[in-house]
Write a protein of this length. Structure first.
Lengths: 255, 131
């Protein structure tokens, strides 16, 4: 009786192993038929490790795709950095894609440094949410200053409530006629311009304390403020931002 | 003679004051919270309009890539994070033709380019091609 039971167990075990082995043999063929995409996981992991040491951020994703014709050649190398500080502002996503990049493997292996010697092209995209901008502004101004942002493509709308004491005298001189009381309350619709990693603001409509600011005063105001923000570069990634668009949830900066 | 000149001068001053008051009233009227909205951007030129729509769509596709490291399979995936609504072709109200291989390439094509004075009109990987 005991013998019979052990034979039964042995049979079941054998059947289980047979199924396991046959499944493991079948599955690689099935997956290779579906996606012939060539990647290089060890290289991706190595670059991710090195970049994580150099860039302070939430997460880094590296995607290496190899050429189908020549598996030794990298077709594209994409690096996505989440929650990285660009100067004072935290970008939600910074993505740089290099086409046919030539990586300095000596530096990578020996000095554990990531360096791209050359590439046939590159594409950079930075997404900054309105929350990130509000946080950045809140960090720069006093608590009494209230500023909120809304994205209405192609404009960014800004709602503000600022004590007069916080306004620079030069700006105050221009807005003197419109100030009644101790604060500047109102609205501004702005657009952005970017060149060589410098981000500037162009105002299209400004309302202060129930008065629509005339175009001439608005231009003068803009010239006096000339607010230019430098977009930080995440070393060792290289990019030059020259274009900016306002989208539903993000400010999208590209090269 | 002098009285006439004085009257004329006073008339001009009064006129300037009236114009000034009307202008101030206009600025005040335009400054209410109901006017807290961006300026309208309108163009009657369908060529300019279609190029603008395509550029907006292409920008949204590029932004999707920046977040996901792949292009969307269809334009609907851009909503609502990157675009409020997918624009239709000006004039024909047809949907733009969108093709993508997810990783390397995407193309947004106008179905009737001749309507806008082109033989071909599309955006491929962010580049406008108009022939």
């Amino acid at each position: 009786m005991k013998m019979e039971k052990s034979y039964k167990n042995k049979g079941a075990r054998l059947l289980f192993y047979f199924l396991l082995i046959s499944m493991s043999l079948i599955s690689p063929f099935a997956s290779s038929e579906e996606t012939p995409e060539l990647t290089n996981k060890p290289l991706e992991n190595e670059i991710t490790k090195i970049l994580s040491r150099d860039i302070y951020c939430k997460k880094i994703v590296v995607q290496v795709r190899l050429s189908k014709e020549n598996p030794n050649e990298i077709k594209t190398l994409a690096v996505k950095v989440e929650g990285a500080a660009l100067g004072g502002m935290v970008a939600d996503y910074v993505t740089v894609v290099y086409e046919k990049p030539v990586i300095d493997f000596n530096q990578l292996k020996k000095a554990k440094r990531f360096k791209i010697i050359s590439s046939s092209g590159s594409k950079a995209g930075i997404l900054i949410s309105k929350k990130a901008i509000e946080r950045y502004i809140a960090g720069k101004v006093k608590k009494q200053v209230r500023i909120s942002i809304r994205f209405s493509p192609p404009y960014a709308e800004c709602f503000f409530d600022i004590p007069v004491s916080e306004i620079p005298p030069k700006t105050m001189k221009l807005l003197d006629k419109y100030v009644k009381g101790k604060k500047l309350e109102g609205y501004a619709a702005v657009q952005f311009k970017a060149k060589d990693n410098a981000l500037s603001i162009l105002s299209s409509k400004v309302i202060v304390n129930h008065f629509l600011i005339p175009g001439a005063v608005r231009k003068e105001l803009q010239n006096s403020i000339k607010q230019v923000e430098r977009i930080g570069i995440l070393s060792p990634l290289r990019y030059s931002i020259n274009n900016v668009t306002v989208q539903n949830n993000y400010l999208f900066l590209t090269n | 003679m002098f009285r006439g000149k004085l009257k004329f001068l006073l008339g001009i001053i009064v006129l300037v004051m009236i114009v000034g008051a009307v202008y101030v009233f206009y600025l005040y009227q335009q400054g209410g919270t109901e006017n807290y909205n961006p300026p309208m951007q309108k163009t009657d030129d369908p060529k300019v309009q279609i190029l603008s729509e395509m550029t907006v769509l292409s920008g949204a596709v590029e932004a999707y890539y920046a977040k996901n490291l792949r292009y969307p399979d269809k334009l609907e995936q851009l909503k609502p994070e990157f675009i409020d609504k997918i624009p239709l072709e000006t004039g024909t109200e047809k949907s733009f033709i969108y093709e993508s291989d997810a990783l390397d390439r995407y193309r947004i094509t106008v179905s009737e380019p001749s309507r806008y004075g082109f033989k071909e009109l599309f955006i491929e990987n962010g580049k406008i091609i108009q022939k």
